[in-house]
Design a protein around this ligand. Structure first.
Ligand SMILES: Cc1ncc(COP(=O)(O)O)c(C=O)c1O
Ligand SMILES: [Zn+2]
Length: 423
């Protein structure tokens, strides 16, 4: 049974009770729709107690709040219910008393995007669309290709010229037909739109498809449930297009409506300084001005975000804020998140931690606040970026010559070790 009530345009407010093509027919492509549910009906069937009894440890445990009516035909991959880890040493580095990491790199294709792509592929299957398509800098694409593979759908992916090689390779392994567009993300996006329209493929671009945000919001449900229905003071999350932070916020808004939580967190949206049109729109209070992005964090290098209004709504409603971090801060955060928490974050994911550190430094987030940083994707996806954050390994000869000297310099053996004493 579906609890979806209607779709509402975020631009003009028009409500739609019957099926419409992807965006608002009145506003055209700028009229992104929001999926709204019959919360009174959901409240009757969903409670903390009912959720506690559910054995399903994936994002489908929140099915009443998803736009998927029935259970058969879900992907065989386990999406969601990713771990939330207490990162005490990292908290210290960031300047907080406590910091938790929600490790989305543990999703089947290594990023939070699996939450959205699983919804897209199931809807495509139910709409009898055997081919799914999207444009992406990497994670949305690989998750779509992986979920499509799991369900026996074909996928067509348009990536920008600078999409990292490991992410493109992941697509090819999942059997996608991949087009490397000789331009930026926006060129890839336009081409994928035209192709979807021309050949009638199911369009998994969150710039127009309202159902993707519904999958992304499940990260918020999980954070609340994993913390015993206590929202943290802050949730830090990096922002490219803006759909993910809007989704995470929607989760807390819905949980509050349903009486499952008492208070909501504040959202800290983090952008790379070289790709910060959403922060700029937030600060200036004017419409978003497109930019040419320049950052190491490819997943958030978006010059023309399409969900910026939804993102800013999330920031304002939650009494949160936007903050920018430099590429150096991102590389630093990759290093110390790995070293102090054992979590390997890709640059866009590490940006959330870097943003929190900066926000603490600027007095926006207080030291005693509780915070969750969402690690949106695994660092293994972009080894080249990670290599910029670290030094080379030490080289030693097979007989171990020079080994002890290096260990001593590293503080791994005492200056007067036993071996040295025996000499
Ligand atoms: C790893 C990672 N972090 C953050 C984001 C930002 O999400 P959004 O573009 O929805 O703002 C993305 C989006 O591609 C991503 O892949
Ligand atoms: Zn509209």
């Amino acid at each position: 049974m579906s609890f979806v009530l209607r779709l509402q345009c975020v631009c003009c407010g028009q409500q739609y009770w019957t099926r419409v093509p992807y965006t608002c027919p009145v506003c055209g492509t700028t009229g992104i729709l929001d999926v709204q549910y019959d919360y009174a009906a959901v409240r009757r069937v969903l409670s903390r107690k009912i959720l506690r009894r559910r054995a399903e440890h994936s994002h489908w445990r929140y099915r009443e709040l998803l736009p998927i009516a029935t259970r058969p035909g879900l992907p065989g991959l386990q999406v969601g219910w990713t771990p939330i880890c207490d990162a005490r040493r990292l908290a210290n580095q960031v300047g907080l008393r406590s910091l938790l990491l929600k490790d989305e790199g543990r999703n089947p294709t290594g990023s939070l995007k699996d939450r959205a792509s699983s919804i897209a592929t199931v809807r495509a299957l139910r709409e009898r669309s055997p081919i799914v398509a999207c444009a992406s800098t990497g994670n949305a694409a690989s998750s779509l290709a992986g979920m499509a593979a799991s369900l026996g759908l074909r996928s067509v992916i348009f990536v920008p010229q600078r999409a990292p090689e490991p992410k493109v390779t992941q697509l090819l392994i999942f059997g996608a037909t991949v087009f490397r567009v000789l331009g930026g993300y926006d060129h890839a996006f336009r081409l994928s739109q035209q192709a979807c329209e021309r050949w009638g493929w199911y369009d998994r671009n969150c710039a127009i498809n309202p159902y993707l945000m519904e999958g992304k919001k499940t990260v918020g449900f999980e954070i609340a449930e994993q913390l015993g229905w206590q929202a943290p003071d802050w949730i830090a999350l990096s922002v490219g297009d803006g759909c993910t932070i809007a989704g995470a916020w929607k989760a807390f808004r819905e949980l509050k409506i349903l009486g499952l939580i008492d208070r909501t967190p504040r959202m800290l949206g983090v952008q790379a300084a070289g790709a910060a049109p959403v922060t700029e729109a937030f600060r200036s209070g004017t419409a978003l001005q497109p930019i040419v992005p320049e950052t190491i964090a490819d997943s958030i290098a978006v010059g023309v975000p399409r969900n910026w209004q939804k993102a800013l709504m999330a920031i304002r409603e939650s009494r949160g804020t936007m903050i920018n971090v430099t590429d150096d801060e991102i590389l630093d955060a990759m290093r110390y998140t790995g070293k102090l928490a054992g979590v390997f974050a890709e640059p866009a994911a590490a940006a959330a931690v870097a943003g929190l550190k900066r926000a603490v430094g600027e007095g926006i987030v207080f030291k005693r606040s509780s915070a969750v940083a969402i690690i949106t994707g695994s660092g293994l996806k972009d080894i080249h970026a990670a290599q910029k954050a670290v030094s080379e390994p030490f080289e030693v000869s097979p007989d171990g010559g020079g080994l002890e000297e290096i260990l001593r310099r590293q503080g791994l053996v005492a200056a007067h070790s036993r071996a040295a004493a025996q000499k």
